[in-house]
Design a protein around this ligand. Sequence first.
Ligand code: CUA
Length: 351
Amino acid sequence: MKKWRLNFRVLSLFTLLAFVLSACGKPFLSTLKPAGEVAEEQYSLMLLSTAIMVLVIIVVTIIFIFVILRFRRRKGEENVIPKQVEGSRKLEIIWTVIPILLLIILTVPTVISTFKLADVKGMKDKDAVVVNVRANLYWWEFEYPNQKIITSQDLVVPTDKKVYFNIKASDVKHSFWIPSVGGKLDANTENDNKFWLVFDSKKSKEANGVFYGKCAELCGPSHSLMDFKVRAVSSGEFDTWAKDLKKAKPDVETASAKAGQEVFNESCIGCHAVDVKDNRPEQARQAPNLAGFSERERVAGVLPHNKENIKKWLKDPEKVKPGNKMSGTYPDLTDEQVNELADYLMSLKEK
Ligand code: CUA
């Protein structure tokens, strides 16, 4: 009876713990909720190394407590010195061999995974999904060389297949990271870094189809605001998205949007393209491509996507993202012009 009660208590404790821990980590953001092959493999390596570390801590703690109790000074034995074991061959061998074994257990799967996850030979296949990522202060450009389109801020990817990434930076070092889908990779100015990720379709549904991406390298005052969103869709939807976006024309109907288009063509178009087939060299692409802007997940990568926030951003970008490259590059706009510009931006559809 007693044993049953103890078992029940232990079980309840574990259930409670599992319940509490299950709230840790959001499916769209957490490495603890792996959402693809790469993340799962990295997560199991984390579990393995954590298990080994916990095991070592437990064993060392037990030995430590045992030694303190066993060899403590007792009454009447103040001058007794226990048997000295310095230079014991047996002990020396034990505590050399055990760590070596643990390191081997840790190393073998880690090295195998490292090579597997860095294997980008498939990138050259004709039907491979490839994204050239370019990190900038504080925005992301996504170029799909096989689809011949360029977008920014919202990365759109097909689920359940390898997506290859070519990553670089155009100003300072950044780091490309989609926490729930795979570990980070540095974006350097002097070389391209490559890897692949898989976006799991079931996990994507749990995350409502949108994963969060981050810059993971301190790059300036708005580093923490250098976010992007990842829309993971089925292969079919991805192909349709790419085709539609190529043909998309701004849906400029209202007088206000038309006026906004004029403001845009006077003040913004020097840096921002609104066409995905932007064939200017990358040095000329100094600001995010705005094709399909109205259907993005966020304004400037961080604000909820609505007209009010577009206006807020246009009125004073410095307030939203300190140190960004847009502040001060265009003349002060009246409230009316800001409103018109927002209407025009909202007319940039994905199809
Ligand atoms: Cu870019 Cu931090």
